[in-house]
Design a protein around this ligand. Structure first.
Ligand code: SAH
Length: 242
């Protein structure tokens, strides 16, 4: 009797496997997830990303959904990816490094200059209370706002405009991330940094090697520390007139 049941069961199992659609959405999601797990292991943990909260956020945020469909398959590679308008989404390691460098705490509020795709803002939003982000290119800012809303990031506010002047109504900020390079830090941003706060920005020539730099405000004094050399797209707008 048992052998009889088994004989029926085998063809049923085989046929149910065969009829499973190849592009079943669940399978595709599993594939993105496994690519993301590999990204965290090979590009972040294998280097110097040690903060477990940062690793968890990088594991959680669906990076591919912040990219135009035609480049999505590059989402979890170890490099920056074009997002249109001659701009790029930073390499995963650089996003993680900048995030780890500002030591995000749950009660904190951050300002980001250079929303781009909205990905860095989402990673921060996983870790802190509120994120304010400014993008100078209107089409990118609007797309990022839409992506963040679709994914339920209701603690991120996106503004389209020049980030040079910061966001004075919401200042001071515990964290300021500038994700575009310039040869100097905009003075209004330094003024909007809270006591004990950290500002991270690539400083150096456009198209050349820039120094990822941390500015910390300690008892009113600004202390600068060099993190590593990087290459970012340029900050545009008012900074170019200074
Ligand atoms: N953080 C982004 C990537 C940044 S790329 C992400 O996670 O996808 C740098 C972005 O800075 C570009 O989108 C560029 O348009 C923007 N940018 C350049 N100058 C700016 C300025 N003055 N104010 C605001 N955004 C600026």
């Amino acid at each position: 009797m048992r052998r009889f049941a088994l004989l029926f069961l085998i063809p049923w199992v085989l046929s149910s496997c065969a009829s499973r659609p190849i592009d079943n959405p669940l399978t595709a999601e599993d594939d993105w997830l496994s690519q993301r797990e590999q990204m965290v292991e090979r590009q972040l943990e294998a280097r110097d990303i040690r903060t477990s909260r940062v690793l968890e956020a990088m594991w959680k945020v669906p990076r591919h959904l912040f990219m135009p469909a035609e480049v999505r398959h590059y989402a979890y590679g170890d490099s920056p990816v074009p997002i249109g308008e001659k701009q790029t989404i930073s390499q995963p390691y650089i996003v993680a490094l900048m995030t780890q460098t500002v030591d995000p705490q749950p009660h904190q509020r951050a300002l980001e200059i250079g929303t781009g795709s909205g990905y860095q803002a989402a990673v921060l939003a996983e870790l802190i209370r509120e994120v304010f982000t400014i993008e100078i290119i209107s089409s990118l800012g609007k797309r990022a706002r839409w992506t963040l809303e679709e994914l339920g990031y209701d603690n991120v506010e996106v503004r389209v405009g020049d980030g040079y002047q910061g966001w004075s109504e919401e200042a001071p900020f515990d964290i300021i991330l500038v994700t575009a390079a310039a040869d100097q830090v905009p003075q209004p941003l330094i003024e909007q940094l809270a006591e004990g706060g950290r500002l991270v920005m690539p400083i150096g020539p456009v198209g050349g090697i820039q120094a990822l730099t941390i500015l910390t405000r300690v008892e009113g004094e600004i202390i600068r520390t060099h993190v590593t050399d990087v290459r970012f797209v340029p900050m545009t707008g008012e900074i170019l007139k200074r």
